[in-house]
Design a protein. Structure first.
Lengths: 466, 112
């Protein structure tokens, strides 16, 4: 056994060595034959107006990056103090992994030259023709989105998933799950070319980012099972209150702020003055979602529930992410309001069927990402096209666009769910078979901070748990 | 000598401290505790779901006083912390066998 394992390691080592040598050879060959512009001088000479677009996209990208902080705070606030270190670790490592993996594989799979509408095939390691200011700009933009999709999952699997499993999951999502679906919608793949409406569209990623992240999270939550104490002996769901509504609210404000980069920046150009419409729609949906969620819970319990209002706000933002560029203000309010309703129903629904989603990530991102995709087919008003003011314009059912766009949206949404949930189940199941994805029971009860990291989040405070 | 142990509302601590100081009470010990009496905890809510909190934060004050002061101090605490609502707390009175002041070795009522 030992000998066989030894041999296996040696052959693995040889294989790794071969890969590394191959890589070095690949990276050492200059690709001067391609018209890449690493300095930016040619791009500027060709288009003197490009700096404003570059600055716009980069600043919006920085805002999207800051959403990592928002997710970290929301999840920490909605979970118990004994797992706060673990949540910080996971929210950091996913962006660390995303940055490296997306540079190596993800970006090429997503935005490289299209192969039969399925995957991209060029731009590995940002090398050769991709050593270009325009490509780097696009890479940065897509990277912060990939990081967002990855980080959504940590909320759904919080307080019981091993750090090791999260590390590997981040690899799989940013190398395969996100980029390939992203290619189908944004990289010129088959969904964008559906023969209905203008093809499946998703302006800033209700589907590509949020539905993907949300349904992978759902798969993780199902494979893991609920936390200890989430369901009573009678099987009834019980509340496990988080340790800081203050952090959860701060995180929500950071996300809300970051969304002003996420959606308007998706024009990829400051010359698209539609950014003003997008910013207003984004904000209105957030407000409508928050208002409906807090009112609904008040009707049920006679208390002004802040946690649910925060989830409602995020639900509105997720839903409006796909349609934000193609709708007018009233539609943003309607879409956000329905998101607020959906998030409340969804939180109760998942709990009642035995799924434990500690921060409501599935209800916010999976359910409302899906709703956002569908809403394009209903509310798109035909005043704006695919990131351009020229045709084809996106028109939904309520504006006389017929059923075409709605069908394209529904196909894309269903494919998105199947892809994310299916691959999510495979990823978590395989890991579970190999090494077990859930921490040991005594570790879970003591909190993951000590067992997994050796570092309590609040070492000088007595953190007590019911 | 008696030990007076009063379990009171958290928000009443400052008021009762002031009143005891004015009276000339020699010293006091304060502990943050959790517990419940006959009202059996309260209901809180988190993201749309209500849950029961069995133990409510309270303050426990311990004072050791001379026999002659006992009733006056109990009256003082009651008049300061009483609101008439559920959750005002309780006062427990214990006999004290002896007291030793560590610094001087004095014993009995002089050490109070």
């Amino acid at each position: 056994m030992g000998k066989r394992l030894g041999k296996w390691f040696i052959s693995m080592k040889t294989a790794m060595l071969a890969v590394i040598i191959g890589l070095l050879v690949y990276l050492a060959v200059p690709f001067s034959a391609f018209a890449a512009d690493p300095s930016g001088a040619e791009t500027l000479a060709h288009n003197p107006q490009s700096p404003v677009d570059y600055v716009w996209v980069l600043v919006c990208g920085f805002l999207v990056f800051f959403m990592q902080a928002g997710f970290a705070m929301v999840e920490a606030g909605f979970c118990r103090a004994k797992n706060a270190t673990n949540l910080m670790a996971k929210n950091t490592i996913d962006f660390v992994v995303a940055s490296l993996v997306f540079m190596a594989f993800g970006f090429a799979l997503m935005m490289g030259n299209d192969y039969k509408g399925l995957i991209g095939t060029s731009g590995w390691f940002l090398h050769g023709a991709n050593y270009d200011v325009g490509k780097y700009l696009m890479f940065f933009w897509q990277l912060v989105f990939a990081g967002t999709a990855a980080t959504i999952v940590s909320g759904a699997v919080a307080e019981r998933l091993k750090f090791k499993a999260y590390f590997l999951y981040s690899l799989a999502v940013t190398a395969i799950v996100y980029p390939i679906y992203g290619h189908w919608v944004w990289g010129g793949g088959w969904l964008s070319k559906l023969p209905f409406g203008v093809g499946h569209v998703d302006f800033a990623g209700s589907g590509v980012v949020h539905t993907i992240g949300g349904f992978v999270g759902l798969a993780g939550a199902i494979v893991l099972g609920p936390r200890f104490g989430k369901f009573g002996k009678d099987g009834k769901p019980r509340a496990i209150p988080g340790h800081s509504i203050v952090l959860a609210a701060l995180g929500t404000f950071i996300l809300w702020f970051g969304w002003f980069g996420f959606n308007p920046g998706s024009t990829f150009s400051a010359h698209q003055l539609r950014i003003a419409v997008i910013a207003v729609n984004t904000n209105l949906a957030a407000a409508a979602g928050a208002a409906v969620a807090i009112l609904l819970v008040f009707l049920k319990t006679k208390k002004w529930d802040v946690g649910m209002m925060l989830n409602g706000c995020l639900a509105g933002l997720v839903a409006v992410t796909a349609p934000c560029a193609w709708i007018e203000a009233w539609a943003a309010v309607v879409i956000g309001s329905i998101a607020g309703l959906l998030v409340v129903l969804s939180v109760y629904f998942w709990e009642n069927i035995g799924v434990d989603d500690p921060v409501g990530a599935v209800s916010v991102h999976a359910v409302n990402g899906f709703w956002g995709l569908i809403s394009v087919g209903l509310f798109a008003d035909g005043t704006y096209g695919l990131g351009t003011t020229e045709g084809p314009l996106v028109k939904g059912l309520f504006y006389g666009g017929g059923l075409g766009q709605l069908i394209a949206q529904a196909i894309g949404a269903v494919v998105c769910v199947a892809w994310a949930f299916g691959l999510g189940l495979i990823i978590f199941k395989v890991m579970d078979k190999c090494f077990g994805v859930r921490v040991l029971p005594h570790e879970e009860i003591k909190g993951l901070d000590i067992g997994e990291h050796g570092t309590p989040a609040y070492p000088n405070f007595y953190t007590f748990n019911n | 000598m008696r030990k007076i142990e009063a379990v009171i509302r958290v928000e009443k601590l400052e008021e009762v401290t002031d009143a005891l100081e004015k009276f000339g009470c020699p010293g006091m010990m304060v502990t943050h505790i959790e517990g419940h009496g006959r009202q059996k905890g309260i209901t809180e809510q988190f993201r749309g779901r209500e849950f029961k909190v069995n133990f409510i934060p309270k303050i426990k004050i311990e004072i050791v006083v001379k026999d002659v002061d006992t009733d006056k101090i109990i009256q003082l605490i009651m008049s300061t912390v009483k609101t008439g609502e559920i959750g005002d707390g309780k006062i427990f009175i214990y006999p004290i066998e002896n007291i030793v002041r560590i610094r001087t070795g004095e014993k009995g009522e002089v050490a109070v």
